[in-house]
Design a protein around this ligand. Structure first.
Ligand code: MG
Length: 162
């Protein structure tokens, strides 16, 4: 029996005044924007690193360097799909994933359903295999002051042919 494989990812981005952020592939109107080379989707970046971690495939900073102009402003769902090609190439598929966003604002609850649908489409699973949670930092530290937001993700992969 081939053992399942697990990976963890973490990402953080700085925030500044703006008109909205993209998280989990969903645009959210709010008075902030993420400072990033890509679209700054910290949730997807953490998820990519969890998937890469599970196949011992390095990290997205190595795969998609922020010094490469072709990744400027890129939709992070494109990065996620490229990471999934590597998961597939390694002989695995997603069992389930669990993600947590740490942000004082915006409120994510109204957007979680659409995030799960979009992530599930990119991961090749059902929305019931994708969980997205949000927690606030209780106004503590830099995250509580809205200087940034962070995301964690864990991914369980199972072999395509047992
Ligand atoms: Mg990032």
């Amino acid at each position: 029996m081939v053992l399942p494989r697990i990976g963890h990812g973490y990402d953080v981005h700085r925030l500044e005044a703006g008109t909205g952020v993209t998280l989990g592939g969903v645009w959210i109107d709010c008075p902030y924007r993420v400072i990033a080379h890509s679209d700054g989707d910290a949730l997807i970046h953490a998820l990519c690193d969890a998937l890469l971690g599970a196949i011992a495939g390095g990290d997205i900073g190595h795969l998609f360097p922020d010094t490469d102009p072709s990744y400027a402003g890129i939709d992070s769902r494109q990065l996620l799909r490229q990471v999934m090609l590597r998961v597939d190439g390694a002989g695995y598929r997603v069992g389930n994933v669990d993600c947590t966003v740490i942000a004082q604002a915006p409120r994510l609850a109204p957007h979680v359903g659409l995030m799960r649908e979009r992530l599930a489409a990119d991961l090749g699973v059902a929305p019931s295999d994708v969980n997205v949670k949000a927690t606030t930092p209780e106004r503590l530290d830099a995250f509580g002051r809205m200087e940034g937001l962070a995301a964690h993700a864990v991914a369980l992969l199972v072999a395509k042919t047992p």
